[in-house]
Design a protein around this ligand. Structure first.
Ligand code: ZN
Length: 54
């Protein structure tokens, strides 16, 4: 399990955010980074799947 440090806007400090799957998009999966202490969203990312070799 990867631990990502992000600044939480509510806690005003860097927290080890949890990654939560939000949406599955055609171009990748969208994740939210959530603060484990207050539950605020600290950021988001879209992970594109590795290209499939054809
Ligand atoms: Zn927080």
């Amino acid at each position: 399990m990867e631990a990502t440090l992000l600044a939480c806007p509510k806690c005003k400090r860097a927290v080890k955010v949890r990654k939560r799957l939000l949406l599955v998009l055609p171009n990748g999966d969208k994740y939210l980074y959530v603060c484990p202490d207050c539950g605020s969203t600290c950021g988001e990312t879209i992970e594109t799947p590795p290209p499939i070799a054809r």
